[in-house]
Design a protein around this ligand. Structure first.
Ligand code: FES
Length: 162
């Protein structure tokens, strides 16, 4: 298991860190203990550089696709896709109890279910991924992330109404 120290020295790259943090069922079980979290997989393997498709979540909740590093969250009539990593220093985010939002295990930043920053060391909201809907499927591009401090309009628009 990865040690979450409070310094940035020795931080791994984003993909390397997330692979370590989220490989295997034990990681998903740890996330599940914090809230109603489900592990999901894309409906089909992702082509290199392509988008991924998921079934439209039928109810409010959080789903984690660790292979593609995507958090899918349905809440209050909206679906969001987030980058799995914390925008501060790329630590894999977890859900808070009762699905009240997300928390970073490294420096304790907290975020609302829609990704809005609440408290902690992070300096922006969770990064939202490009998302669209096609019938009963959600389409997400894990390579297109909107940072709220760089492009607030695109960040705000990155959601699907259901
Ligand atoms: S890595 Fe520092 S708050 Fe998440």
């Amino acid at each position: 298991m990865t040690d979450f120290d409070s310094s940035c020295s020795g931080c791994s790259g984003r993909r390397e860190f997330l692979r370590t943090a989220l490989t295997g069922a034990a990681s998903i079980a740890a996330l599940s203990a914090l809230g109603p979290v489900n592990a999901i997989a894309a409906l089909a393997p992702r082509a290199p550089g392509g988008s991924v498709r998921y079934a439209l979540p039928a109810a409010d909740g959080v789903s984690i696709d660790s292979a593609n590093e995507v958090i899918l969250c349905r809440t209050n009539g909206e679906v969001f896709a987030f980058a799995l990593s914390c925008p501060h220093q790329n630590t894999a985010l977890k859900t808070m109890p009762k699905n009240a939002g997300f928390q970073c295990p490294r420096h304790k930043s907290k975020y609302l279910p829609n990704g809005t920053f609440v408290s902690g060391r992070a300096t922006r909201n969770m990064d939202r991924l490009q998302i669209s809907r096609e019938s009963a499927q959600i389409i997400v591009d894990p390579d297109v992330a909107f940072e709220s401090d760089v492009d607030p309009a695109k960040w705000a628009a990155a959601l699907v109404k259901v």
